[in-house]
Design a protein around this ligand. Structure first.
Ligand code: IPE
Ligand code: IPE
Ligand code: MG
Length: 246
């Protein structure tokens, strides 16, 4: 039986977040430039997005480019930005066909103007779709997101729109880039790195973490299904005892 057939559709995670890591090592292993790995990583994105949609996942959030990634060599950064533009243009029809709504989180103003423009166009074009919400984290830093939320709340307090005593976890959460989205129940990281790298720090407070040594360009929907199956075997206790949750 395939992994997909074993998944309990009544207990799917609503939101799956992925740290797509290992493109550079994958390419290097084949004696190619790192950029070759990024190009092949797009094939994985396409397959996983389609696979998530077919299964009925509501939200898929992909760590595509971190705020820290701006420190990479200019050649690589430029290649990734070009790849982002060409991928959006190539995939937009497929997104429409599959009823996917595109979304982006991060410091999007930092992206090259053309990239930002194409991204916004694609987000607008897919805004009426009602299937999977595909969020790309771009120029994303979770700490910055949290600081920005604190700033936004401070401004609301200063203007009298909000009272300090009314600030709670919900108001705080509403002011994150992910405001309105459920928190991920499952976070997947590929490539055998066991860290979070400044990704969705607030949102993954109670996520199940799943690490695989597979490099991102080798990851396909079956691997996503395997991760979801693993997630479904876990007991999520939220501080309670096993007896309480059963
Ligand atoms: C992930 O792969 C893609 C991005 C961070 C843009 P890497 O480029 O980090 O690949 P490795 O980790 O160096 O193998
Ligand atoms: C995290 O991967 C960012 C993305 C996957 C886009 P990195 O490869 O940049 O993370 P570190 O630097 O190894 O922690
Ligand atoms: Mg990496």
């Amino acid at each position: 039986m395939s992994y997909k057939d074993q998944i309990d559709l009544q207990r799917l995670p609503r939101h799956v977040a992925v740290i797509m890591d290992g493109n550079g090592r994958w390419a290097k292993g084949k004696g190619k430039l790192r950029v070759f790995g990024h190009h092949n990583g797009v094939l994985s994105v396409r397959d996983v997005v389609e696979g998530a949609g077919i299964l009925g996942i509501e939200y898929l959030t992909l760590y595509t480019f971190s705020a820290e990634n701006w420190s990479r060599p200019t050649f690589e950064v430029n290649a990734i930005m070009e790849l982002l533009i060409s991928t959006i243009n190539k995939e937009i029809n497929k997104l429409m066909e599959n009823n996917v709504r595109l979304n982006a989180i991060g410091d999007l103003e930092q992206l090259p103007a053309k990239c930002h423009r194409e991204l916004k166009n694609a987000i607008d074009r897919t805004s009426g779709n009602t299937g999977l919400v595909l969020t790309l984290a771009l120029s994303y830093s979770s700490r910055r997101e949290i600081v920005n939320a604190a700033k936004a709340l401070a401004l609301k307090v200063r203007s009298g729109e909000l009272k300090p005593e009314d600030i709670d976890e919900n108001t705080f959460e509403d002011n994150l880039y992910t405001g309105g989205m459920p928190n991920p129940e499952l976070l997947i990281r590929t490539s055998g790195e066991y860290r979070i790298s400044n990704y969705l720090l607030w949102q993954i407070a109670y996520a199940e973490l799943y690490f695989t040594t597979k490099l991102w360009p080798d990851f396909r929907r079956e691997d996503l299904y395997e991760a979801i199956l693993d997630y479904q075997k876990r007991e999520r206790r939220f501080g309670m005892t096993s007896e309480q949750v059963n």
